[in-house]
Design a protein around this ligand. Structure first.
Ligand SMILES: Nc1ncnc2c1ncn2[C@@H]1O[C@H](COP(=O)(O)OP(=O)(O)OP(=O)(O)O)[C@@H](O)[C@H]1O
Ligand SMILES: [Mg+2]
Length: 248
């Protein structure tokens, strides 16, 4: 987690998630957006899933090592992802939003839907139950889905990895990654209010400009998020309930 700027207001912050296949540029673009938001005077928290909080980072380590295969397969893996998310939402995301920060999260529940649901064999019933427990009705205000041809994404991920072995997900075959891309595109098409599909080809700065246009259009016009000194906000304000069904 990286806090980019001091808090400037008392209203609830905004929650933006970044999704897309391996090497699409999520981590790169989150950093660039955080810098722009900080310049616009917004307190910004950068985090990631699985992980983001101390407890969830320990679970991340287990998940990326492929422990799901050892402890009972994809359902056990889904339970671990849910445990990590529960800790992350409760101890980091909700408190940051409550104090007015913008939270930028590298992967969130769409990754669960895609990897464990559409590409895995975890039932929608189990995924829905886990979602109820971990986040309830809370949703990202915006989900940026970075879309890139599979070969380019995998090449980028390989360059970044260098001599290290691919992790549990990077090691899947090209067909898996093609299905992954399709699944994300379907989510973007099904939920255009929440999601934006961004062409992630081109220089990082170019991709960052595309994202920034969307953020400005959809979010910086909101009264609470208005940059200082800019009158005439559009007033699209949506108040997200903090509804979080928990089992004690
Ligand atoms: N627009 C771009 N053009 C070329 N290279 C890029 C671009 N964006 C990111 N990269 C490089 O590609 C690699 C992967 O980028 P990044 O780590 O941001 O992707 P990611 O989506 O977070 O990947 P992962 O899913 O594996 O975490 C990095 O080495 C990064 O520097
Ligand atoms: Mg990354």
């Amino acid at each position: 987690m990286v806090e980019q700027a001091p808090q400037t207001g008392s209203s609830r912050g905004r929650f933006i998630t970044f999704e897309g296949g391996e090497g699409a540029g999520k981590s790169t673009q989150i950093k660039l957006l955080a810098e722009r938001l900080a310049k616009a005077g917004q307190a910004t928290v950068v985090t990631r899933e699985p992980g983001g909080s101390p407890g969830a980072e320990i679970i991340r380590h287990l998940l990326l090592s492929g422990i799901g295969h050892l402890i009972g397969g994809s359902e056990a893996e889904a339970l671990l992802f849910a445990a990590a998310r529960d800790d992350h939402v409760r101890t980091l995301i909700e408190p940051a939003l409550a104090r007015g920060a913008w939270v930028l999260c590298d992967r969130f529940y769409d990754s669960t839907r895609v990897y464990q649901g559409k590409l895995g064999d975890v039932s929608p019933a189990l995924l829905n139950a886990l979602q109820d427990v971990t986040i309830g009705a809370m949703k990202p205000d915006l989900t940026v889905i970075l879309d890139i041809p599979v070969e380019i994404g995998l090449k980028r991920a390989a360059v970044r990895r260098g001599a290290e072995a691919p992790d549990r997900f990077e090691g899947e075959n090209a067909d898996f990654h093609r299905k992954l891309r399709d699944a994300y595109r379907q989510i973007a098409a099904a939920e255009p209010e929440r999601c934006v599909l961004i062409d992630a080809e081109g220089e990082p700065k170019l991709v960052a400009d595309r994202i920034w246009l969307t953020v400005q259009d959809r979010m910086l016009g909101w009264p609470q998020a208005k940059p200082p000194g800019k009158p005439g906000a559009k007033g699209r304000g949506k108040t997200k309930s903090k509804a979080k069904a928990r089992s004690a």
